[in-house]
Design a protein around this ligand. Structure first.
Ligand SMILES: Cc1cc2nc3c(=O)[nH]c(=O)nc-3n(C[C@H](O)[C@H](O)[C@H](O)COP(=O)(O)O)c2cc1C
Length: 198
């Protein structure tokens, strides 16, 4: 049971993440996701696609051929960073990634991906491939029009859900009267909180 003093913070984060899922302009709609490429940290921006405080995870979508997926398969540790200058709240989640490919979760998610977005998974090249010359990595026949359902289903083969199971959340709220910082720890369905020096 989360101590009362942390419940307000938990509620606030839950609300902000829900808003981010509903509103594509929300500052938490995108976040920086870090993996480890051998010994080297690597960051990239991704879009928040799902968030669950009940089951301690957040999701983004990607292409199975992308370096990040290959990196996470070798080392599944992640860090995810959100910041809202409006709220002056930074969130840093840490934990382990699970990659879903061609299963019931990806099938369900694929149904809600628009034809235009499906084109991103239909590229002839693996994301981050070195190219001899510029290429948009969108097949020529769908560059200026949406693919048919049958055409876009080719993209499904490359589509993955990256599920970030978090076990820690570092919360920082900037305030003139003194910043507020705490860590929420997620373990065996329980959440504990501890104050941190800002
Ligand atoms: C605003 C924004 C949102 C993005 N969202 C995603 C995303 O949800 N999934 C993704 O794989 N790449 C996304 N990208 C591209 C990644 O940041 C990155 O350039 C690409 O995925 C290659 O990353 P990698 O080489 O580390 O695998 C986004 C980029 C921007 C600028």
């Amino acid at each position: 049971m989360l101590k009362r003093e942390f419940q307000e913070i938990y509620g606030k984060i839950n609300l902000l993440m829900k808003k981010a899922l509903e509103n594509s302009a929300h500052p938490y709609r995108t976040f920086s996701l870090a993996s480890l490429d051998k010994e080297m940290p690597k960051l990239r921006t991704v879009v928040l696609r799902e968030f669950s405080f009940e089951n301690f995870f957040l999701d983004c979508h990607s292409d199975i051929r992308s370096p990040k997926v290959i990196e996470f398969k070798k080392n599944n540790k992640f860090s995810a960073l959100f910041y809202s200058s409006e709220e002056k709240i930074q969130l840093r989640f840490n934990g382990k990634v699970e990659i879903f490919h061609n299963n019931s979760i990806t099938k369900k998610r694929w149904k809600f991906i628009t034809p235009s977005s499906r084109r991103c998974y239909m590229g002839p090249f693996s994301p981050s491939d070195h190219l001899e010359e510029y290429h948009s990595n969108i097949p020529e026949n769908v560059k200026f029009e949406n693919p048919s359902k049958k055409e876009s289903d080719k993209g499904y083969e490359n589509f993955v859900v990256i599920r970030c199971h978090f076990d820690e959340l570092d919360y920082l709220k900037l305030k003139y009267s003194g910043h507020l910082r705490c860590k929420l720890i997620f373990e065996n369905k329980n959440i504990n909180g501890v104050w941190l020096a800002p």
